[in-house]
Every structure is written in structure tokens, then in C-alpha cells.
Design a protein around this ligand. Structure first.
Ligand SMILES: C[S@@+](CC[C@H](N)C(=O)[O-])C[C@H]1O[C@@H](n2cnc3c(N)ncnc32)[C@H](O)[C@@H]1O
Length: 245
């Protein structure tokens, strides 16, 4: 598959992102970040998208800004109550600049993995550190890759199935590059749509090294938004890094 540009995800997904890709953890994510920030201060969301997290967090009084690769995603946010007031720079989260420094930077919903090389992910950690005030925190949420259900480096599963629609997903895994190539196939009575997607995964210990290269250190790690312990059964992690004061 051809590599993705920062705006490719939005071109393919913006119109139905909120309806079809809700992970069901939005309220818990907003609560977690709000509590981590002590209910005050400024936050920068890398890849703010349609404002799924940024808009409700701003609604609770946090001064939210964003960097986002897709104008199409931001246009959806702009139409939401409060969404027009959030300052956003259209750019690459790996190195995009924005005015000011922040108490907190966050990058949720596996989006770090949208950067398809280790080098780009390392730059993204450096960018987060650069945007933080001394003593500030950088939160990253990603899934923990597991391949026990893969056969011959691939997996196929249906995600939604109703009387008149089916969405299934094929994933190819390349362990040499830590890449996952997805094809989501939507089948309806009026036709079929293909929504491709790519990720470069990394385990938490690799992210800890990226943080270290950026001059940050791990403050806390959880296995879920309700502060579940992180252990070998965890399907995801929320890691909080801090920039020295
Ligand atoms: C899964 S969505 C997450 C959006 C939002 N953070 C949320 O939690 O709902 C991924 C987002 O990353 C954006 N994106 C992908 N690659 C990017 C890049 N290199 N720089 C900035 N944004 C990017 C996409 O446009 C999309 O808005």
C-alpha cells in the first residue's frame, strides 16, 4: 500500500468518523485527562481530529489547542458547539509547530501509530516535549499489539453485521517493519466502499525510549482509562511522561 499523508485519514473517514469509529471511552478519557490536569491549565491535543476529546475537555474549562493533519476532520469539529473556538494548526503532529507552550500534551486512540516509521514517532515525542512547559505531562494511549489470532501473518474479521450491511476488516502484519496494513470493506445494498488504513505499532518499552530521547521520563502507566493496573493481560496502555521541571 502507498504510504499515507497526514490528511489521508481525514479524506477517507471525516464524514462518518464520529458515527462509525467511536471507541466508547470518550467520557472516561475526558475525565482522566481533566483529573490529571487538576481541572485547570492548557492542553495541546496532537491529531485533535473532530474534537471527540478536545471539545468536551474545553467545555470543562481546559484551554485546549490542537495540531491536526486533516482540514476535513477539523471542519467537523468546527460545526460542534464550542468547536469553533479551539485554536488548531493544520500540520504534521511529528513536527508541526504551534504558538505557546502547554501544561499537558496528549495523543490518544492509537494515533501515534499513524506515523509509519520509528523515526517519525521519535520526532513526535520530541515535538511533544518541545510544546510542553517544564514539569508538564505527555499522555499517549495505544493498543498492545497481539498476534495470537493471526494466521500466516494476517487476520480477517467482521466488525458490524446487520440485515442490510456488513463491514469486515483484513489486516496484514509485517513483523520486520512493525507495520499493520488494514483494509476495511463496507458492503451495502447500494455498493461497496474500501477504507484502507496503516499503522506502525510499538510496544510500551519502545515508547519509553522515545520519551527518554526527548528528555522525558515515565510518570505512570495504566491498562485502561479507569486506572486499571497495566499487566501482561492489558489490551491497551495509557502512559504519562513528564518533562523535568
Ligand atoms: C483515530 S483519529 C483520532 C482523532 C482524535 N484524536 C480522537 O481521539 O478522536 C486519527 C487522527 O489523526 C490524524 N492524523 C493522522 N496522521 C497525522 C499526522 N501525521 N499529523 C497530524 N494528524 C494526523 C487524522 O487526520 C485523524 O484526525
Amino acid at each position: 500500500m502507498e504510504p499515507f499523508a497526514p490528511d489521508t485519514f481525514g479524506t477517507l473517514n471525516a464524514t462518518d468518523y464520529d458515527e462509525t469509529q467511536d471507541p466508547g471511552t470518550t467520557d472516561a478519557t475526558v475525565d482522566f485527562i481533566y483529573d490529571l490536569m487538576g481541572g485547570t491549565g492548557s492542553a495541546l491535543e496532537l491529531a485533535i481530529g473532530t474534537g471527540r476529546i478536545g471539545v468536551p475537555l474545553a467545555g470543562r474549562g481546559i484551554a485546549v489547542s490542537g495540531i491536526e493533519g486533516s482540514q476535513d476532520m477539523v471542519d467537523i469539529m468546527r460545526a460542534k458547539p464550542g468547536g469553533a473556538d479551539i485554536p488548531v494548526v493544520i500540520g504534521d503532529m511529528a513536527d508541526g509547530a504551534i504558538e505557546g507552550t502547554f501544561d499537558h500534551v496528549f495523543l490518544v486512540f492509537n494515533t501515534l501509530f499513524n506515523l509509519l516509521t520509528q523515526e517519525a514517532q521519535v520526532r513526535c515525542f520530541a515535538n511533544a516535549a518541545k510544546r510542553l512547559k517544564p514539569g508538564g505531562t505527555f499522555l499517549v494511549e495505544t493498543f498492545i499489539p497481539r498476534f495470537d489470532t493471526y494466521i500466516h501473518h494476517q487476520q480477517m474479521k467482521s466488525r458490524t453485521l446487520t440485515r442490510d450491511a456488513l463491514m469486515f476488516e483484513a489486516i496484514h502484519h509485517d513483523s520486520a517493519t512493525q507495520r499493520l496494513d488494514f483494509q476495511r470493506v463496507h458492503v451495502r445494498a447500494d455498493g461497496m466502499t474500501l477504507v484502507p488504513f496503516m499503522m506502525r505499532y510499538a510496544y510500551p518499552c519502545e515508547l519509553d525510549l522515545m520519551a527518554q530521547l526527548a528528555g522525558m521520563r515515565l510518570q505512570d502507566r495504566f491498562g485502561g482509562w479507569n486506572k486499571q493496573a497495566f499487566d501482561r493481560e492489558s489490551a491497551m496502555h495509557i502512559s504519562v511522561y513528564e518533562k523535568p521541571a
